[in-house]
Design a protein around this ligand. Structure first.
Ligand SMILES: *Cc1c(COP(=O)(O)O)cnc(C)c1O
Length: 371
């Protein structure tokens, strides 16, 4: 056996996205202690940079030491109490996972289904809130990576607050890639991931909670069932006030990478990054259109960072095409998930991957393998 040397891929799937050498170099710097004062300075900067990326002043903003799914669990485990009624909007795979989270936390999920490939329907949420006045929480996915659909986060939060509900928003694919304004849109609890539009290696999940969410967590009857995710305990480590105490050993080098990727985002400018994703997506769309390839999602709701294309009828073995893209062109794209398995491909333009060179490479590779 020898040291592992990964093949050089171009990552245009639903994440992870291409990681720049700058971020990889940051990650390779010497490991220091997770309670070292120098590391605590880094933690403070990460929190500040995350507040910039999320557009929030929330004090409780930090990366959970685990992938996006753990950020999801952190939100549900802390906010859903036994017997809480939670409206969960399902328009793709990640919404179904939210339902699972609610149920496992002892909550009662009121599920609102929308067709996969369409956004969450405000009218249906409104009707459900009217029919269930005892609802405590409304949860939805801002950017459904399984379909490539953006829902109207701002409007959904406004609606939920009219019924005095707390909102939990999945922004794993949104952060850095498309418009997101935690404070401006009044999002109460939100989670994201490092490996999508932040172009950082996988394994960290930025989260943020506002005062309204914290209030609910503080007033819980019973402690959070998950010891690891209990925010009251995690905060002893991530909150600088009163000295930091050991909770778990933070993945130190992964934090170097996150810090660097957030710095890159700040240097580019958040709005510039959103615009780059939009511009690149338009170019990719044009390229696919020229090849006669159609999109699953109406352009109005389509995410720039995740382009879901319909597999043309004449392709009988879609997996073979993806294998060819990987083996002959070192290009990774995503397969369809769940109900869309075998029907679509998902082409990501996330973070560092949203560039002209990748688009050219992708279109050239598709032309070659489809012939
Ligand atoms: C990727 C993703 C997740 C899960 O993140 P992991 O890092 O894979 O655990 C959750 N929600 C959405 C919308 C995602 O795209």
């Amino acid at each position: 056996m020898q040291s592992f040397n990964p093949p050089k891929r171009t990552l245009m799937g639903p994440g992870p996205s291409d990681v720049s050498t700058r971020v990889l170099e940051a990650m390779a710097r010497p490991t220091i202690g997770h309670l070292d004062p120098a590391f605590q300075t880094l933690m403070d900067e990460i929190k500040e940079l995350l507040r910039y990326a999320f557009k929030t002043e929330n004090k409780l903003t930090f990366p959970v030491s685990a992938p996006g799914s753990a950020g999801m669990e952190t939100c549900f485990a802390n906010l859903v109490e036994h017997g809480d009624k939670v409206i969960v909007c399902v328009n793709g795979v990640f919404g179904t996972r939210m339902v699972e989270n609610v149920t496992r936390c002892g909550g009662e999920a009121v599920v609102i289904n929308d067709d996969w490939g369409t956004p969450v329907s405000l009218d249906k949420v409104d009707a459900a809130l009217k029919a269930n006045p005892d609802t405590k929480i409304v949860a939805f996915v801002a950017a459904e990576t399984s379909t490539g659909v953006a829902s109207d986060t701002k409007a959904l939060c406004k609606l939920a607050h009219e019924y005095d509900c707390i909102t939990i928003v999945d922004a794993v694919t949104s952060l850095g890639g498309s418009e997101l304004d935690v404070d401006g849109w009044n999002i109460d609890a939100i989670y994201s991931g490092s490996q999508k539009c932040l172009s950082c290696p996988p394994g960290l999940s930025p989260v943020s909670f506002n005062e309204r969410a914290i209030e609910k967590i503080k007033n819980r009857d019973k402690p959070v069932q998950s010891w690891f995710m209990d925010l009251n305990l995690v905060m002893g480590y991530w909150d600088g006030t009163g000295g930091r105490s050991y909770h778990h050993t933070a993945p130190v080098n992964a934090m170097y990478a996150l810090h660097e990727s957030l710095l890159i985002l700040k240097e580019e400018g958040l709005e510039n990054s959103w615009k780059r994703h939009t511009d690149m997506s338009a170019k990719l769309r044009q390229g696919f259109a020229d090849m006669g390839i159609k999109y699953l999602v109406d352009e109005k709701y389509a995410l720039p960072q995740l382009n879901t294309i319909i597999i043309p009828d004449h392709i009988t073995d879609e997996a073979a095409i993806r294998t060819k893209l990987l083996n002959d062109h070192n290009l990774e794209i995503g397969a369809g998930l769940g109900a869309l398995s075998g029907k679509v491909w998902r082409v990501g333009l996330m973070g560092h991957s949203a560039c002209q060179a990748n688009i050219d490479k992708c279109l050239t590779a598709f032309k070659a393998v489809m012939n």
